[in-house]
Design a protein around this ligand. Structure first.
Ligand code: PEP
Ligand code: MN
Length: 279
């Protein structure tokens, strides 16, 4: 009884509140149940105007629908590459425009709100900031699509409650993204929680996508996890792709080459078809 009094219910995010699935629109791309599986792809970090444009062309040719690239990188060490900053957001926007894809990038501070609302189609809130309530309230005040990653140590209900912050602020355009959770297992960077896909679909009306790159931390496992996510009913993927992973400024070990990405997309199309989806 005590616990029931202390755990508030999420309302706006719940199926009980809204039975029809939320479809989030980013440019011409629709993300959600019944829509084609949306594949967001690109490097972990925007590194130069040339490289983001080159990689954009390659992932677009393979069938990606959204271009990803971080320009503000939340790194474990303060001595690691922290991202290009505002200039990189400009390069990402330009690469997206040139290749005909909306763009997604991670925002780490509400001070960057104007930069992101003006230049980015989907604002990513990273795993480390899932419960940064100031940030959640800030993106809740816009109508920009928000991709909310699951915190590495967050339960499903905590994650949905974080989404509730954005919805309660007045922004209905929330996409959830599973990117693996922290467990005792160290064979992978995080532990992919695949059951979360049907659970989120049952509990909420929000789109759910899967990030196989941060979930595994190893390019070798990215394809298998991607295909499994689509088979489980995910509405999309977020995949790190780099054409020179050894030289990547961040997350090279989990980045797949554009050729492998093209191969993954071929297989993903077959899996999507098997579960009644397009890609
Ligand atoms: C990223 O997408 O590059 C990232 C930092 O992801 P996460 O927040 O899931 O660690
Ligand atoms: Mn990354």
């Amino acid at each position: 009884m005590i616990f029931e009094e202390h755990i508030p219910e999420y309302t706006l995010a719940s199926r009980a509140h809204q039975s029809e699935d939320t479809i989030v629109e980013a440019g011409s791309v629709k993300i959600g149940a019944g829509c084609p599986v949306a594949v967001m792809a690109g490097p972990c970090a925007v590194e130069s105007a040339e490289s983001i444009k080159r990689i954009a062309g390659k992932v677009k040719a393979a069938g990606a629908s959204v271009l990803r690239g971080g320009s503000y990188k939340p790194r474990t060490s303060p001595y690691s590459f922290q991202g290009i900053g505002p200039e990189g957001i400009g390069w990402l926007k330009e690469a997206g425009r040139a290749s005909g894809m909306p763009v997604i990038s991670e925002m780490v501070s509400e001070n960057d709100m104007d930069l992101f609302t003006e230049n980015v189609d989907i604002i990513q809130i990273g795993a480390r900031n899932m419960q940064n309530f100031a940030l959640l309230k800030a993106v809740g005040r816009t109508q920009k699509p928000v991709l909310l990653k699951r915190g590495a140590g967050a339960t499903i209900d905590e994650w949905i409650m974080a989404a509730e912050y954005v919805l309660a602020g007045g922004n209905p355009n929330v996409i959830l993204c599973e990117r693996g959770i922290r467990t005792f297992e160290y064979a992978t960077r995080n532990t992919m929680d695949l059951a979360v896909v049907p659970i989120i679909k049952e509990k909420t009306h929000l789109p759910i996508i899967v990030d196989p790159s941060h979930a595994t931390g190893n390019w070798k496992y990215v394809e298998a996890v991607s295909l499994a996510a689509i088979a489980a009913g995910a509405d999309g993927l977020l995949v790190e792709v780099h054409d020179d992973p050894d030289a990547a400024a961040s997350d090279g070990a989990q980045s797949i080459l554009p050729e492998r990405f093209a191969d993954l997309m071929e297989k993903a199309r077959l899996v999507a078809k098997a579960v009644g989806r397009e890609l």
